[in-house]
Write a protein that binds this ligand. Structure first.
Ligand SMILES: *[C@@H]1O[C@H](CO)[C@@H](O)[C@H](O)[C@H]1NC(C)=O
Ligand SMILES: *[C@@H]1O[C@H](CO)[C@@H](O)[C@H](O)[C@H]1NC(C)=O
Ligand SMILES: *[C@@H]1O[C@H](CO)[C@@H](O)[C@H](O)[C@H]1NC(C)=O
Length: 464
């Protein structure tokens, strides 16, 4: 025990020394990630100290824009959980420049750093490589603490990268990011921080507990995952918001438990709730052959990419190049095992915050991968529609299909030219993971403040 404690202290001391020496961005520059193809853009990764006394630091990864980074905005990305890593999920499974494949990284043709300088943050402390030396921090973390630390992160990060300080800033994320993103944006405005915040975008976000959770049953039913009888039970016996609440408080009633297990049995364990049409990663051990088989099937999505990310980020050579340390944990994981997040916060509605942002002139995009059953599009669409009504925003783009190439990429509606809703057709909870091309089109339109592409009408026969 004593020697372990000593080692932790020695590690912390070493990190402190590094932080002192490495206050310049050059020290955080990534020479090249192991196994990556050659690229022309710069990458940085490292720690930003949030609280010096408590020795709490957040880990980030910056992938500068592929071309002309000085003219492109800065986009912060936050995955949800609460407690999951934006680098593991966002950067390596969704829209970062590379995806792990075996021992190497392959270029992601639809990476978001084609349009922006992408800043991925592992937040709060206790997630990924981010840490608090004082472990009692982990015992109760909530939305307010997360937003505060994220704000301090940005302030200190801009000190390190002053050329970004006046750049257009967008805050984006998904899932529980439906809390993190608007809450941080709101705090930036409240604190009068001199950032050039232009807009936020959130995918399959948790916005309102009851609506979001209760949209699940209908989604399962309409997609054929549960029977008529089970759907009926959800509407008359016990619904998902009740089930979730009861599970959280450890008091699942026999009635609700019955409905829940009936549904689980029908859905089966072999469907991924985050995308009811996508195949699941059956085993990380056989993932290589899985991937190969899949490619032979001309299926481009590697459903095992998360397992490969875990292996990649746990490599010592990778951690060294990233300037990352494992503090108080023995391995890096996608979602934190040590963080005890205040689950009551799930019930905090963030729709009013979106309203307040719109009133401050911040562009808001809410989008939904339409194959996600965890936070289904129907609940989200209803919430955004309700917000528009409440704000008195008229529809500026009526509900219509939007296009990528010549195929429907989803549907969209815009209110008051500032609040937008869009679906991404065939996309999962982590939309850019399963529909990278469509997601990039949506992202690009959002940054540019442009309407989503319409059908290409041609009077002459189409030539390719
Ligand atoms: C550690 O953090 C807890 C709560 O966050 C605080 O009460 C305590 O004083 C801290 N311990 C030290 C040694 O600073
Ligand atoms: C879920 O169940 C609760 C308790 O019966 C009820 O108040 C609520 O209206 C239900 N929600 C839906 C969407 O059915
Ligand atoms: C919204 O539409 C109504 C009815 O057409 C109109 O009276 C109102 O002025 C519009 N509001 C805005 C903010 O444009």
């Amino acid at each position: 025990m004593i020697s372990q404690a000593w080692m932790v202290m020695a590690t912390i001391y070493a990190i402190q020394m590094c932080l002192m020496v490495e206050s310049l961005p050059e020290a955080n520059k990534i020479a090249g990630l192991p196994g990556q193809p050659q690229v022309s853009f710069q990458q940085f990764a490292g720690y930003i100290t949030i609280d010096e006394k408590q020795n709490r630091a957040l880990f980030y990864y910056l992938a500068e824009a592929e071309t002309d980074p000085a003219s492109k905005p800065l986009v912060l990305w936050l995955n949800g959980g609460p407690g999951c890593s934006s680098i593991g999920a966002g950067a390596f499974c969704e829209h970062g420049p590379f995806k792990p494949s075996g021992n190497v990284l392959v270029k992601n043709e639809y990476s978001w750093n084609k349009e922006a300088n992408m800043l991925y943050l592992e937040s709060p402390a206790g997630v990924g490589f981010s840490y608090s030396a004082n472990k009692s921090f982990y015992s109760s973390v909530n939305d307010e603490m997360t937003a505060r630390d994220n704000l301090v992160f940005l302030e200190h990060w801009f000190d390190k990268f002053p050329e970004y300080k006046n750049r257009d800033l967008f805050i984006t994320g998904e899932s529980y990011g439906g809390h993190y993103v608007p809450q941080l944006a709101h705090l930036i405005i409240q604190s009068k921080a001199k950032f050039n915040l232009k807009g936020i975008a959130i995918g399959n976000p948790l916005l309102e507990f009851n609506t979001d959770f209760n949209a699940r049953a209908e989604f399962f039913w309409s997609h054929g995952l549960i029977s008529d009888a089970t759907y009926e039970a959800f509407t008359s016996v016990c619904n998902y918001s009740q089930i979730r609440r009861q599970i959280q408080s450890g008091s699942l009633t026999p009635l609700c438990s019955g409905v829940n297990s009936q549904a689980s049995r029908e859905i089966s364990k072999f469907v991924d709730g985050y995308d009811v049409t996508l195949d699941v990663c059956l085993s990380s051990i056989v993932s290589q052959s899985q991937v190969l088989n899949r490619l032979q099937d001309s299926e481009k999505i590697d459903v095992c990419v998360e397992d490969e990310t875990v292996q990649y980020l746990n490599r010592e050579d990778v951690q060294k190049v990233l300037h990352a340390q494992l503090v108080g944990v023995t391995e890096w994981s996608v979602c934190s095992d040590i963080l005890q997040y205040d689950m009551q916060n799930l019930e905090v509605p963030t729709i009013p915050i979106l309203g307040s942002l719109v009133k401050s002139g911040i562009r808001v995009l809410v989008y939904s991968g339409d194959q996600d059953s965890v936070i289904p599009l129907t609940g989200t669409r209803m919430l955004v529609n309700g917000l528009a009504k409440e704000l008195g925003l008229n529809t500026t783009v009526p509900y219509r299909a939007w296009f990528e190439s010549r195929q429907v990429a989803g549907w969209t509606q815009v209110y008051g030219n500032i609040l937008s809703f869009a679906t991404i057709r065939g996309a999962s909870h982590e939309a850019p993971f399963s529909q990278p091309e469509r997601s990039l089109v949506l992202f690009s339109a959002f940054l540019g403040g442009k309407p989503l592409p319409e059908a290409i009408l041609s009077v002459t026969p189409i030539r390719i």
